[in-house]
Write a protein that binds this ligand. Structure first.
Ligand code: MRU
Length: 348
């Protein structure tokens, strides 16, 4: 299957997602600054993919400064980590992956430089390889809740363009489809940057899944007039009580699912969970530039001087979530207990 990000021995190779679906432009770079900029401008996006690409960027930064004396190398290395951590504030996977890379350095500081670098490269490769397995497991567990002939609604893009493997929410759909079930999808367009219209429809069509694009504000009407069996979305950060941050508009979708008795599932790997936060109120929410709203892909659509508020994410309160599909199984309510139990099971 198609991969959004590949590590090619000593450089990163990935598709520029800002150009999809009309152009498939590949970016190849050894420069951590290019990767950081591409995360900021959403050429690389989706919580797990942001983490994966940041991990390789940290490694590339360390390679760039490898000839420097110890203290300078260490300072530059931490600067690289901070530079990447400042790209986007909400996706937990970014901080999780940078922490993993930082730990490799801290725990092996006194080793030979070449050894530290090879351990870092190994760690970044493991993050990518683990994500591929994790996506597959999420798909397997998620498939349990998909009936045959299912109609599923999703928001934003939580597919193979957002991860190292085949997706989180869309992995559930791909796995159900591959297991022989008939599945069709409604994809919210996902204003203002249209990840649903540009990316989710593109990848689902490429993989033979029946998909219908709808404007975001059409979802309630579709639920009223047609059959939707369930909603599955991804997440950027999940807190200890099960509140889940995801692309702006996800909360709206969860509310209208509740109104129509449609099960609302979040699919995410454990690397998206922030075990230091008790509730979604504490999640930092990124605000995007005004022109992403006042201009529609290069064409001005709002009056000059208008005030704009453009949060990139919202938080769906746990009570609106039916289950959280992880690589360890489906977490059920009460989430504060099921999340803590899972943590104990993993780290006894
Ligand atoms: O701003 P984006 O495009 O990075 O937002 C992405 C999302 O909100 C996804 O749903 C989320 O990261 C899950 S990706 C598996």
């Amino acid at each position: 299957m198609y991969r959004a990000f590949e590590w090619k021995k000593n450089f990163a190779s990935y598709i520029d997602q800002t150009r999809l679906p009309l152009e498939e432009i590949l970016i190849e770079t050894k420069d951590y600054r290019v990767i950081a900029e591409d995360i900021k401008r959403l050429a690389l996006r989706g919580a797990p993919l942001i983490g994966i690409s940041a991990a390789f960027a940290v490694y590339l930064g360390a390679v760039e400064y490898k000839e420097l004396p110890d203290t300078e190398f260490e300072n530059r290395f931490f600067d690289v980590c901070n530079h990447l951590a400042a790209t986007r504030p909400t996706a937990q996977n970014l901080f999780w992956a940078i922490d993993k890379m930082r730990n490799v350095f801290v725990q092996n500081k006194d080793e030979k430089r070449s050894h530290i670098l090879s351990l870092m490269e190994e760690e970044a490769k493991n993050i990518l390889a683990d994500d591929i397995k994790t996506c597959a497991m999420i798909g397997e567990f998620g498939n349990e809740i998909v009936p045959d002939d299912a109609v599923i609604i999703t928001h934003c893009n939580a597919g193979l363009l957002a991860v190292g493997g085949i997706g989180t929410a869309l992995s559930v759909i791909y796995t159900a489809h591959n297991s022989g079930k008939k599945v069709s999808v409604y994809s919210d367009e996902t204003r203002p940057l249209l990840q649903g219209a540009r990316l989710t429809t593109w990848e689902l069509m490429k993989n033979g899944i029946d998909v219908t694009l709808i404007p975001d504000n059409t979802a309630a009407f579709v639920m009223q007039k047609k059959r939707i069996d369930l909603a599955v979305v991804g997440a950027d950060r999940i807190t200890l009580n099960g509140d889940a941050a995801n692309k702006i508009g996800t909360y709206n979708l969860a509310i209208i699912c509740g109104r129509h008795n449609i099960p609302f599932y979040v699919a995410a790997p454990l690397s998206t969970f922030d075990f230091s936060l008790n509730s979604g109120d504490e999640i930092p929410i990124e605000e995007r530039a005004a022109d992403e709203v006042t201009d529609f892909f290069g064409k001005r659509t709002a009056p000059y001087g208008v005030k704009v508020y453009s949060p990139a994410f919202d938080v769906t309160p746990n009570e609106l979530i039916t289950g959280i599909i992880t690589e360890y199984g489906i977490l059920r309510k009460p989430f504060d207990i099921s999340i803590r139990d899972l943590l104990k099971q993993i780290n006894p």
